[in-house]
Design a protein. Sequence first.
Length: 279
Amino acid sequence: MNELIDRLIDLAFAEDIGDGDHTTLSTIPADAMGASKLLIKEEGILAGVEIAKEIFHRFDPQLKVEVYINDGTKVKPGDIVMLVSGKTQSLLQTERLMLNVMQRMSGIATMTNKYVKRLEGTNTRVLDTRKTTPGMRMLEKEAVKIGGGVNHRIGLFDMILLKDNHVDFAGGIDKAITRAHKYLQEKGKDLKIEIEVRNFDELNQVLSIGGVDRIMLDNFTPEDTKKAVAIIGGKYETESSGGITFDTLRDYAESGVDFISVGALTHSVKGLDMSFKAV
């Protein structure tokens, strides 16, 4: 997965710098040296420090990065995260990419942490989804972990998730589960199988067929979730999904479900405010 991050950094520099940062190249001598500090301007959970180091070193291996605050730390306005020193041209050309990544990752970690705190005292864990910025998934999922959340599958390759459309296109729950098992056997793959159910009829079908690891209760109310969890009786992992807000999160957790997946952790997050200032 490190290879994906390297490719992302290369693509991001290509899109930002193009055939040259003409502002920097025209105003700053090539041999000028300087230092910049990363300054926090808003309260939250810090994430992206390790990737920031990677960005600096990939662009200019001579840049020196001194880190004062690590990923996962609660930060407040005025905190200085790191000091970066070296060629001034390099500092100016890496600034925006580093900030874009750190602001977004810190925003996700901050939002996730808020959800995790809301679940304190229950046995329910918050999951992310595949509703991520194309190309940035590895970073966004890492930010969820830094914030205390749990990664659902990373992509389409590391778990089988039979959603409503798969079930409908396959011709029913029975066929979808049977085909998934046959496929795994033929390919020699050992992947967990999760299936989404939309109502109690579908839930009972899954329970009579079996052969899954987790059942996703899609768009169930908290009351119906409680009933469904009781019916499942601990035989399978349970996950609530669909239309769950921060306000209703706790109600779902108290119904006894193992996981709650929240698309908002990555798809509608606000970046944490910070700046990179010359010292």
